[in-house]
Ligand binder design. Structure first.
Ligand code: BG6
Length: 487
C-alpha cells in the first residue's frame, strides 16, 4: 500500500549520508511503489553550484549505490522529477529560507518530513528557521541522525533545542540498525516462538555476545571520528539498541510506547561501570598498519595524519543487566574498524546440560547457540548436538539448523533506511528512539569515558586485518569463554 503523499526536506542533501543512503533508499521505495508521484524530495545544499549540478550528482550516486537490476533508467528519470534541490545555508538568514518556503508552499497541506543529515550542533538553528518561516505544520515530523550529542549533557542540549519546536511525537531519532530486517526478526523470533521465550533467561542462557566488526577505516570521516571514537559512534546507539532487543521483556503491544518503555527498562538496569570496573571490564583498541587480504592498509594515525590520538577504533565491554531475568548473565559487546572481516552477529549461548549421560569418549559437548547474523548476509542458526551418523561407534557432533533468508526469499534485499523512511512517512515511530533512551544510554556511557580520560591510557594497538587487541580475548577468556567469531 502507498503511504500518504509527503514532502521530505533533506538538510545536508549533497552530503555523504544523503547520496549514499537516503537517496538510494527513497528510490527503492519509489521503485516498489510505496509512494506516489505527488511526493517531493527536497535536498538542500549550501551552494548554488551544488544545486545546479544536483541531477548529475544524484544520477552518479544512484548508479554507484544501486545494484544493476535496481537501476532502471526510465524510473530513475521519473524519480529525479520528484527531486527539487534548494539552496539553504542553515546558518544564514531569511533569504535562503524563503526559497525553501516557496518550494514547499506549492503543496501546503502535504505532510512534511525534515531530515537532519547535518551536524547535530545545527539541528536547533535549522528548527528555529523552519518555525520562523511557518513551515512546521501539524503533520510535520523531524528525523534526527545519530550521534545525538557527544555526552549526556550535549545530547540534552540538542534534544532541548529540537523540542522547542517539535513535540516528542514529532521527533524521529533514527538508528539504522533498527531498520535491518534481521533485527526486527529478533522480535518475531522471541515473541512468537514458545521454544525460545521459555528459555530466554538466566536459568538457561550462559551469556550473550553482540559483535559488529567492520573492515573499513576512517572513510574520509577523520574529523568526526577522531572526536567520537567507537564507544560513541557504535556502542552508545547500535550495540545498546541490539542489547535492548535481546534483553527486553515482551511489550504488551507492538506499538512505539510499549516497545520503547521495555527498552528503557533494560537501559536502566545496566550495571554502571565506574572507576576500577571500567579498567576491568572494558578494552580500547586502535589499529596500526596491517594487511587486509592482499592489500596493505595504513594505521589509524596515518589515516588521520596526526602523530598521536587516544581515540579508540575498537572497544570490547563486559556488561551486566541487573534484573531478575538476566542476573549474572554477561553481555559481551565488541565492535571495531579494520577488523578481519565484516560481520554483525548476536550470539545467545545456552548453558550446558545439567548432567552428562555420555562419557568423554563421545567427544566434547558444545552448548547450544542461537546465532543471529545481521551482516554480511542475514541468517539465523541454532547449533545443537547430534549423534554422528557416519560413525559406528557412539560419537556426538554439533550441527546447525540453518535459516538462510536468501534461500526463502530469492530477491531478498534489505535496506534499513528505506524501511525507516517509509515508517516516518507512515507516522510509525515504533523503530525510533525515545529521548529517555538516549539520555539513559549516555548515562551508562559517560562514566566509562570519564574513567578513560582520567587514566589517560593509550588504547591497545591491534594490527589492521586482525580481530582486535589481545586484551579483548582475555576479557572473555578470563571468564572461561571465547568470542564466537575470530578472537
Ligand atoms: C554508522 C557509524 O552509524 O554505522 C559508522 O557512524 C559505521 O562508523 C556504520 O561504519 C556501520 O553501519 P553498517 O550498517 O554498515 O553496519
Amino acid at each position: 500500500a502507498k503511504v500518504e503523499a509527503f514532502d521530505i526536506v533533506i538538510f545536508g542533501g549533497c552530503g555523504d549520508l544523503s547520496l549514499r543512503k537516503l537517496m538510494p533508499a527513497l528510490y527503492r521505495g519509489y521503485l516498489e511503489g510505496s509512494y506516489s508521484d505527488d511526493c517531493r524530495i527536497v535536498p538542500t545544499c549550501r551552494n548554488k553550484k551544488d544545486v545546479d549540478g544536483f541531477t548529475t550528482t544524484l544520477t552518479v550516486a544512484l548508479k554507484q549505490h544501486l545494484s544493476a537490476d535496481e537501476y532502471n533508467e526510465a524510473l530513475v528519470e521519473k524519480f529525479i522529477a520528484l527531486v527539487r534541490p534548494c539552496v539553504v545555508d542553515i546558518t544564514k538568514h531569511d533569504k535562503h529560507w524563503q526559497g525553501l518556503a516557496d518550494t514547499l508552499s506549492a503543496a501546503d497541506h502535504q505532510s512534511r518530513i525534515f531530515y537532519m543529515a547535518v551536524a547535530p550542533a545545527i539541528y536547533g538553528v535549522a528548527c528555529k528557521h523552519l518555525s520562523k518561516q511557518g513551515l512546521i505544520n501539524d503533520s510535520a515530523r523531524v528525523v534526527v541522525e545519530k550521534p545525538i550529542g557527544y555526552d549526556g549533557k550535549t545530547a540534552a542540549q540538542i534534544n532541548d533545542a529540537v523540542a522547542e519546536f517539535f513535540t516528542e511525537q514529532q521527533i524521529y531519532r533514527i538508528d539504522h540498525y533498527l531498520g535491518k530486517e534481521t533485527v526486527q526478526n529478533l522480535m518475531a523470533l522471541r515473541f512468537t516462538n514458545v521454544i525460545f521465550e521459555q528459555l530466554w533467561d538466566a536459568k538457561s542462557i550462559d551469556h550473550v555476545q553482540i559483535s559488529i566488526s567492520e573492515t573499513v577505516g576512517l572513510e574520509g570521516r577523520a574529523g568526526f571520528y577522531d572526536g567520537a571514537g567507537a564507544l560513541r559512534d557504535m556502542v552508545q546507539n547500535h550495540l545498546l539498541q541490539l542489547l535492548c532487543l535481546v534483553a527486553m521483556e515482551s511489550p504488551n503491544k507492538l506499538d512505539a510506547n510499549s516497545i520503547r518503555a521495555e527498552k528503557l527498562k533494560v537501559l536502566e538496569a545496566l550495571r554502571p561501570l565506574v572507576g576500577e570496573d571500567v579498567e576491568k571490564h572494558t578494552v580500547r583498541g586502535q589499529y596500526v598498519a596491517g594487511a587486509h587480504g592482499d592489500d596493505l592498509v595504513p594505521g589509524y594515525l596515518e589515516e588521520l595524519g596526526a602523530p598521536h590520538s587516544n581515540t579508540e577504533t575498537f572497544v570490547a565491554i563486559k556488561a551486566q543487566i541487573d534484573n531478575w531475568r538476566w542476573s549474572k548473565v554477561p553481555f559481551y559487546l565488541r565492535t571495531g574498524k579494520r577488523l578481519r572481516s565484516r560481520s554483525a552477529e548476536i550470539v545467545i549461548q545456552f548453558k550446558d546440560v545439567s548432567h552428562h549421560v555420555y562419557d568423554d569418549s563421545v567427544g566434547a559437548l558444545a552448548p547450544n547457540k542461537l546465532i543471529i547474523r545481521l551482516q554480511p548476509n542475514e541468517n539465523i542458526k541454532l547449533t545443537m548436538m547430534t549423534k554422528d551418523l557416519s560413525s559406528l561407534e557412539t560419537k556426538l557432533k554439533p550441527v546447525s539448523l540453518n535459516l538462510d533468508f536468501s534461500d526463502t526469499y530469492e530477491d531478498f534485499k534489505s535496506d534499513a533506511y528505506k524501511r525507516l523512511l517509509l515508517d516516518v512517512a507512515a507516522n510509525n515511530p515504533a523503530l525510533f528512539i525515545h529521548r529517555d533512551e538516549v539520555d539513559c544510554a549516555w548515562g551508562w556511557i559517560d562514566p566509562i569515558i570519564e574513567q578513560w580520560v582520567k587514566t589517560d591510557h593509550s588504547p591497545d594497538l591491534y594490527r589492521a586485518g586482525s580481530w582486535g587487541p589481545s586484551a579483548a580475548d582475555k576479557l572473555i577468556l578470563d571468564d572461561g569463554r571465547r568470542w564466537y567469531c575470530g578472537g
